[in-house]
Design a protein around this ligand. Structure first.
Ligand SMILES: *Cc1c(COP(=O)(O)O)cnc(C)c1O
Length: 441
């Protein structure tokens, strides 16, 4: 995001990323693995995800709730990072999954996450997707509208099943984040307006036999870095719970959503202990099973995107042109987001450097990773890492400009493995067909 604060230099950036450090001739090292080695073995652009960091963060998050004696079911938001190897790591840490499509549901199951530990959110679930969820008897479907409720109820009755559901509440609260990732205001497309919930809740629990309504869900937005909106949102949910119970209705589960932010730049992002505290204070006494759905906080700092400098172009500005583009990592172009950039070689001087624009090779003016950034001198052939690329990175990649999808490597416990091969141009072209009738005219 645009800001008048000076960019952090390398030192504070490293301080915010304890899984990264410079080790002399090895250069930048992530959880013990030299990123230069990875780039030379697998080429660039290349995603690297650390199973160690992912596991560490999953445990830190769980411990924050344990420390407050607050039992919570954790569901990883698959949309942030959907690779089955990552889902496997999180499943081993006791995480379920929050999915937003039939594809993600299939992935979660394929990675060994039990159906009962899966929550299905999503504003536009098709009949086929709802059917898949009902058929697998997943833990919970978060219903986003009256229309979806009726569709699901009819469908489940036809299948002679009863789907476990919660109502996704739109609490009409501004998450104070980028407008493209705020979801809890009345004008946003998500959820059911909080003022119509009580009547609908009664009707559902008393009249609908295809669904078992167990509670409420809320998700306010993403990259939230203050506790205020969380607190307001959960207070609104707590007051709804009191209203519903006063009305004699049953409520056993509350899904608190995701949204916890991270310090991409120099944000003072609150730790998971803040989230645990706010949830404990607002919902802790309600005698309900609590759920959370974090995505970004777990995955973003676990991944980097490696790229090589194609050219240094000296024009009105100095442009560092790298071989990763917005087709790989779209966040800066889509959300004006700021990503730390570090050279992979150990810089001679952490403070000295040039003011440069770091840009990708795509033919779009928005293909820019950093503007007027103070970086150690970079020349053609040098390698860099774009930080915090583990969430909303690979999952949003495209092949725009006929650029094959980049390779993905997982590191962990001193080992490494390619978890997705670099797509080849042949594979890219092989997916297309030219109709016969075009050729025989
Ligand atoms: C995107 C999303 C999440 C995860 O959000 P993060 O900001 O990545 O934690 C959780 N729940 C729902 C319903 C979502 O849409």
């Amino acid at each position: 995001m645009t800001s008048t604060r000076p960019d952090p230099t390398l030192q504070p950036l490293l301080k915010n990323h304890p899984n990264l450090s410079y080790e002399g001739s090895k250069g930048l090292v992530m959880d013990g693995t030299s990123l230069t080695d990875i780039a030379s073995q697998h080429g660039t652009p290349c995603w690297v995800i650390s199973a160690d960091t992912l596991r560490h963060r999953a445990n830190t998050l769980k411990d924050a709730f344990k420390a407050r004696n607050l039992p919570v079911h954790c569901h990883f938001a698959v949309k942030a990072q959907d690779h089955q190897a990552c889902l496997t790591v999180l499943a081993q840490c006791g995480f379920g999954a929050d999915v937003v499509s039939g594809g993600e549901l299939r992935r979660a199951l394929a990675a060994g996450i039990k159906a009962q530990d899966i929550v299905f959110s999503g504003i536009g679930k098709t009949d086929e997707e709802l059917e898949l969820a009902v058929q697998h008897q997943i833990g919970q479907i978060n219903v986003e509208s009256v229309e979806e409720l009726h569709r699901l109820d009819a469908l489940a009755r036809k299948m002679q099943r009863r789907a476990r559901i919660a109502f996704r509440v739109n609490p009409d609260i501004d998450a104070k984040t980028h407008s493209k990732i705020t979801t809890g205001r009345a004008e946003d497309k998500f959820g059911i307006a909080h003022d119509v919930i009580p009547a609908l809740y009664r009707k559902t629990q008393t009249e609908m036999s295809g669904v078992e309504l167990v509670g409420l869900a809320v998700h306010l937005g993403s990259q939230m870095v203050t506790d205020g909106p969380f607190r307001k949102g959960y207070e609104r949910i707590a007051s709804l719970v009191h209203t519903l119970r006063a009305d004699g209705l049953r409520i056993s589960d509350i899904d608190c959503g995701g949204g916890l932010g991270i310090p991409y730049r120099d944000e003072t992002a609150p730790p998971p202990s803040m989230l645990a505290e706010v949830i404990a204070e607002t919902l802790g006494d309600l005698d309900v099973q609590l759920h959370i759905e974090p995505g970004r906080w777990l995955a973003a700092p676990s991944g980097v995107l490696l790229a090589r400098v194609i050219d240094v172009k000296d024009a009105a500005r100095r442009f560092i042109i790298i071989d990763a583009g917005m087709n790989d990592l779209v966040r800066p172009a889509m959300y004006d987001s700021w990503h730390g950039i570090l050279p992979l070689h150990t810089p001679e001087n952490m403070e000295a450097g040039d003011v440069v624009d770091v840009v990708g090779p795509i033919c779009e003016s928005s293909d820019i990773f950093a503007r007027q950034r103070h970086l150690p001198p970079l020349k053609k052939g040098d390698l860099v890492a774009l930080l915090d690329a583990g969430a909303y990175g690979t999952v949003m990649s495209s092949t725009y400009n006929s650029r094959p999808l980049a390779a993905q490597v997982m590191i962990g416990g001193g080992k490494q493995a390619v978890i997705r091969k670099r797509q080849t141009l042949d594979e890219l072209l092989a997916q297309e067909a030219v109709p016969d009738w075009l050729l025989h005219t």
